[in-house]
Structure formats: C-alpha cells, structure tokens
Ligand binder design. Structure first.
Ligand code: 13P
Ligand code: SF4
Length: 311
C-alpha cells in the first residue's frame, strides 16, 4: 500500500514539474481513475484535450483516444502508458478496406465512431461518440444517404431510434458483444427492481433488455438521477468505480459475460495501463503517440466537426 502511495505522489510531482495533465477513461483501473486529473467518456476526453493548456497530455485510455488528442494538439506531447492498448472495434475496420467501401458508395456521407484509427477518420465526414451519435445523425437531411462505421450494434441502434437506414460496417467490440442475455435475465429475477443499463455497443438482444441505453457518461448520469437502488450494468466494469463513487448508497452489479471463467467484461486493452507504466511514461516521456502529418490534416476536419456539433 505504501509503495502505491509513493508512486501516486511521484506521479503527481512529475505532472506538476512537467506541466502534464492525466486524462483517463471510465474503463481504466480504479487506481488510475483515482489519480487522473480528469475522467470521462470518449467525447469528454476529446473536448478536454482540445482545451487544455498543459504541455504534456497523458492519455490513460486506448490508442485511438491518444491519436484524437494528438490530432487536436499537434504541438503537444501526447503520451500513453502502453502503446499496445488498442481496440478490437477499431481493429475491425482496416483503413484500406474502409476507404475502398467509401469509394464504392459515391454520394454517401461517412460517419465514423471515434473508436477508429486516424486513417479511417481521414476518409470520414464527421466523427461521433456514443454520447452524440444520435444528435449528429439527426443533423443530416432525411434523404442524405449515410455510411456508419465501424460498430454495427451502435449503428443498428441509431438506425432504430432515428428511423434511418444507414449502411453499416460489420464491426464490433469483443467486450460488449459477450454479455449474456440469459445471465442478465437471471440477475433481473434476483433483483426485480433493478434497472438495466446498457452501452449501445452491446448486441441487440442485450439492448432489448435495457431500461437505459447510453454512453458511459450517459449511463452514469442516468444512475445519478434515478430513484432506483439497484442497477445491472452492461458495459466495461471500470465504469462501476465512478458510479459507486457518485452514488455510494446505490448497488451496481456488473452484467456477466457468457463465459464465467474469464473477466471478459474488462477490456484487456484498457487494463494494460497500470500505475507503474503511468509513472514511467511521465518520467521518460515515452511512449509518445504520433500521427502521420497528412493523415492528421485530413482527420482533424471530421473531429472538429463533431466538436462543433456537440457544443
Ligand atoms: P464511451 O464513449 O461511451 O465512453 O465509450 C468508449 C468505448 O470504448 C466503449 O467501449
Ligand atoms: Fe475498444 Fe471495446 Fe475496449 Fe472500448 S471496450 S476500448 S470498444 S475493445
């Protein structure tokens, strides 16, 4: 415990000394959320990166979050504790295949989820997150043909609530696809008054059970404002840290994955970041997130457009 306290104190000292800010996603390990200057969903992390005056941004999240910050702040150093912190959803959309798909559909506007590589964003008209996807899709004229990638579950959900028929890329997140419908129903029988909170990356059969579908920030706000005592939470279980902190009197139950032998409701990529790696990253200012200048020049347009539309 003492070692951890020292490490935390050292991390804070380094931040002060180097004018660094630590941004953390809600899926990070508890001790990283505890020490971060700011924790939030993907949209908030991008908004925060866009406005910080820190000289170094340490992105405690996954690689695409670091890329987005670097694209928005090309003159700042953007660090990530582990460069291998990727994203299965972003990986389900290789940039060359996606560019080809876009090329085959002239006249379509392209909407990409923020969980994509910078190269995918470079062939995109507007980026969205789970928080603003509906609002941004609604901002297009009804007769505008749209491509939506890469998450088919989020795309299907947005199609259903907006009455659109967007063309979907066939991608998904390995964590959100694995929640068990049967086990959530069993939990609901044990806690009949529990509300079921579901991230839109979950498959449709899980979304059907939801009392609330939303981004991490959306689910957190819903829980804060709800009068219910019990919640079954179908998203990466890191979000429970902030839910429990904000609502100490409420009971949050992580939705179980199909395979009960693994911690599949934790994102192995997000969890690559540790306090030790965070310390080393700050100390050695490494590893740094780099984005090719030409790709960044293209990718900044749809990211800025998202930030404009989300004000
Ligand atoms: P949020 O934008 O809802 O935080 O989601 C990020 C993410 O990676 C979901 O898996
Ligand atoms: Fe990507 Fe899924 Fe991990 Fe989110 S939870 S970062 S979508 S792999």
């Amino acid at each position: 415990v003492d070692k951890m306290l020292d490490l935390k104190a050292e991390i804070r000292n380094l931040c002060k000394e180097k004018k660094a800010v630590i941004l953390g996603h809600f899926y990070q390990a508890d001790e990283i959320q505890e020490i971060a200057d700011f924790i939030g969903d993907s949209l908030a992390l991008a908004q925060w990166a866009a406005k910080t005056d820190a000289e170094i941004i340490v992105m405690c999240g996954v690689h695409f979050m670091g890329e987005t910050a670097k694209i928005l702040c090309p003159d700042k150093k953007v660090l990530i504790p582990d460069l291998n912190a990727g994203c299965s959803l972003a990986d389900s959309c290789p940039a060359d295949s996606f560019a080809q798909f876009v090329k085959e559909h002239p006249g379509y506007k392209v909407i990409s989820y923020v969980n994509t590589s910078a190269a995918v964003k470079a062939v995109t008209d507007v980026v969205v997150t789970s928080t603003n996807a509906r609002q941004i899709v609604d901002s297009f004229p009804k007769d505008q043909q749209l491509i939506f990638g890469p998450d088919k579950n989020l795309g299907n959900y947005i199609n259903s609530v907006t009455g659109r028929n967007m063309l979907l890329w066939n991608g998904a997140c390995h964590v959100h696809e694995k929640f068990s419908v049967e086990k959530i129903i069993e939990l609901k029988q044990r806690y009949p008054d529990a509300e079921i909170l579901v991230h839109p990356e979950c498959k449709g059969a899980v979304a059907k059970l939801a009392d609330k579908i939303g981004s991490t920030a959306g689910l957190l706000n819903y829980a804060i404002n709800s009068t219910s005592k019990n919640f079954i939470v179908a998203t990466e279980s890191g979000i429970l840290y902030e839910m429990r902190r904000k609502c100490p009197d409420k009971n949050f139950i992580p939705a179980p994955p199909e395979d009960s032998t693994c911690a599949c409701n934790e994102c192995n990529f997000m969890r690559l970041n540790t306090l030790e790696k965070l310390y080393n990253t700050l100390k050695y200012e490494w590893p740094e997130v780099q984005v090719d200048a030409e790709i960044a020049r293209q990718a900044i347009k749809p990211i800025r457009r998202m930030l404009e539309l989300s004000k």
